[in-house]
Design a protein around this ligand. Structure first.
Ligand code: CAA
Length: 275
């Protein structure tokens, strides 16, 4: 089994880490060698910590090769795409992957809010395109939504499901509808939380404490939006709102303003909190 991961940002690096942890041969593609090296260091860091904490005995980072050439994914059994969350770049990538990869290779997208069917439609072989939606942080969150697009074959779908199991995940099966299962529920809920900040004149700390201690959330909504990335959350909310037109799905103006000001959460050092 050989897995390709295209895009080694936070999600792609997490996915590549899971592959390495599962003993799977992995090729990670980034646009520059420096970005590939940075991802490799990040993966090495998290896996070393797991060894130090006794969670795993050892790991073999040589299972991961990084490249800037898509052509190096030619012999992969499954390719998972985790590039920028925009439709056109994803469609272009899938049409290129179709040319490069073996005809029986499964092509998976980690999109969280775009249509897998629209991505698949950029290829001549949409039956092998499937969604594998990991949650942030991918190495820690057990869920993978395995998403069946309109023309996905049973074979491709089951291969993606089995790969998620091999990676130690808890996969669930669903169809290609806006937001799939979790984001369809979670995005409007998080947007409600942000609106309540202003409506109830509650502080960020108290809102987070409220949801942690009153609803059993592992982290508060503001902490979570900071973790996901305020820009990513706004973008996903807009995509969901575009498709379903429910007012709760539209990103609250407060979040849009934060994104425009460069307050993107943990990754920029400042969001609801300062890091
Ligand atoms: N990769 C690998 N390891 C990571 C990591 C990453 N990206 N991020 C953190 N870790 C490591 C930490 O460094 C830490 O190790 P150290 O001992 O070296 O510090 C270890 O994992 C455990 O971290 P924590 O102590 O912070 O773990 P925790 O028990 O507090 O749990 C959590 C952290 C799993 C994130 C938990 O707070 C949680 O479940 N939060 C909710 C997250 C959530 O809801 N995610 C979904 C977001 S929505 C989404 O993703 C959808 C979308 O499409 C946008």
């Amino acid at each position: 089994m050989k897995v390709g991961v295209v895009g080694l940002g936070a999600m792609g690096a997490g996915i590549a880490q899971l592959c390495v942890e599962s003993g799977v041969d992995t090729v990670g593609r980034e646009v520059t060698a420096e970005l590939g090296e940075r991802a490799r260091e990040r993966i090495g860091h998290f896996l070393t910590r797991k060894v130090e904490k006794g969670q795993i005995e050892s790991f073999d980072l040589s299972l991961l090769t990084t490249t800037t050439e898509l052509a190096d994914l030619a012999d992969c059994d499954v390719v998972i795409e985790a590039i920028v969350e925009e439709l056109e770049p994803k469609r272009e990538l899938f049409s290129e992957l179709e040319r490069i990869c073996r005809p029986d290779a499964v092509l998976a997208t980690n999109t969280s809010a775009l249509s897998v069917t629209e991505i698949a439609a950029a290829t001549q072989s949409p039956q092998r395109v499937v969604g594998m939606h990991f949650f942030n942080p991918a190495p820690l969150m057990p869920l993978v939504e395995v998403v069946r697009a309109e023309l996905t074959s049973d074979d491709a779908f089951e291969q993606a499901y089995r790969l998620a199991e091999t990676m130690g995940k808890h996969p669930i099966r669903c169809h290609d509808t806006p937001g799939f299962v979790v984001n369809r529920i979670l995005l409007p809920l998080l947007n409600d939380c942000v609106r309540v900040l202003d409506e109830a004149r509650v502080s960020v700390d108290d809102l987070d404490a409220g949801m942690k201690h009153g609803a059993g959330w592992p982290m508060g909504p503001c902490e979570l939006i900071d973790l996901v990335g305020i820009d990513v959350h706004v973008h996903a909310s807009e995509a969901l709102y575009d498709k379903l037109r429910e007012p709760r799905m539209a990103p609250p103006p407060r979040l849009v303003a934060m994104a425009n000001a460069g307050l993107l959460g943990r990754k920029s050092g400042r969001g609801f909190y300062t890091y």
